[in-house]
Write a new protein. Structure first.
Length: 319
């Protein structure tokens, strides 16, 4: 038995020594290859090391794997993917992350209600759990649609400023593609959503996509009808040979007029929208303040109990 233990220890030490020497030799080989290649810092893709280049499992990779597994339970359809892109979540993992959020909310909300609301009667507990499940199903989709609508409103508000800056850049001598790049860089603080779309259009054009297809892709991603109209104007300008600067200037003025008309329409609807809060909250309080004393006097006048006089005529109790 002692001899077997000694042999196992020797084998283990020998295996550890062999592994360490292999790692050191591989590191030395890779360093020599980098030195021969001019020390440009390029990895040796043709001779990858199993020991040095093996992927490490860290906290982030575990979290990504968990999100991927949970998100796979909820299959996102094309409408949800399109809404995610319109809301600004256009990454490759946006659909998986949103699916994981929906699964967690759908399961976690009824579970929290079941744990933290100790109903003694099972019927109220069942109603509360079903209500929480319905809310967990509806709220994520509603929140996503709300975010997409808010982003579309921000893009529409930013379009007149974009048109003005494009006119300035084009009339200053820049090409339309260079003007899109410059405006996208300048608007990153004022209008980050529009700057992101302009820079994406510029990257697509540099990658070989035609300008018309890139701008139509911007309309598809955002759902803003004004971008579709802009693409039509630009296509007609290129076909007819007219100045792009004049087209942008006229369309920018049209957008400003449209924005002013939208603001006037909302201002005209404001009194109508204020009618319901006034009728429901302000007028009842006002009636109580005005008619309350008069109603007390009418009750006292017709022989009812004198309200407010019971305490004044009461005999004090002396202990």
């Amino acid at each position: 038995m002692p001899i077997a233990i000694v042999v196992l220890i020797l084998v283990a030490v020998g295996g550890i020594a062999t592994a360490v020497s292999a790692v050191l030799l591989d590191a030395r080989r890779r360093q020599a290859l980098r030195h021969v290649a001019g020390d440009i810092g390029m990895p040796d893709e043709g001779h990858r090391s199993v020991l040095l280049d093996s992927p490490r499992v860290d906290q982030e990779s575990l979290l990504d794997g968990l999100i991927t597994r949970i998100g796979g339970w909820w299959k996102a359809d094309e409408a949800t993917s399109s809404t995610l892109v319109k809301a600004g979540y256009d990454s490759a993992r946006a659909a998986v992350i949103f699916g994981a959020i929906r699964v967690v909310v759908l399961i976690g909300t009824p579970l929290l209600v079941f744990i933290f609301f100790p109903f003694r009667n099972p019927f109220p507990l069942l109603i509360a759990t079903l209500t929480a499940a319905i809310a967990g199903y509806v709220v994520p989709a509603f929140s996503l649609s709300y975010a997409a609508n808010k982003r579309r409103v921000r893009l529409v508000r930013a379009l007149p400023d974009v048109m003005d800056l494009l006119v300035l850049c084009v009339e200053a001598g820049l090409g339309f593609d260079a003007a899109i790049l410059r405006v996208g860089q300048e608007l990153q603080n004022a209008h980050p959503d529009m700057a992101h779309e302009l820079l994406l259009v510029n990257r697509k054009v540099n990658a070989g996509v035609t300008r018309e297809e890139a701008l139509r892709g911007a309309y598809t991603r955002t759902g803003v009808d004004e971008l579709r109209v802009l693409v039509q104007h630009l296509v007609q300008s290129e076909r007819l040979g007219t100045s792009i600067g004049k087209v942008l200037r006229v369309y920018g003025q049209t957008l400003r007029v449209k924005r002013r008309q939208t603001a006037e329409r909302k201002a005209a609807l404001a009194p109508l929208k204020m009618t319901f809060p006034m009728a429901g909250f302000i007028l009842p309080a006002l009636f109580i303040m005005i008619l309350g004393p008069a109603m007390l006097q009418v009750v006292n006048l017709f022989g009812g109990p004198k309200l407010g006089s019971g305490l004044a005529g009461a005999t004090p109790i002396i202990p």
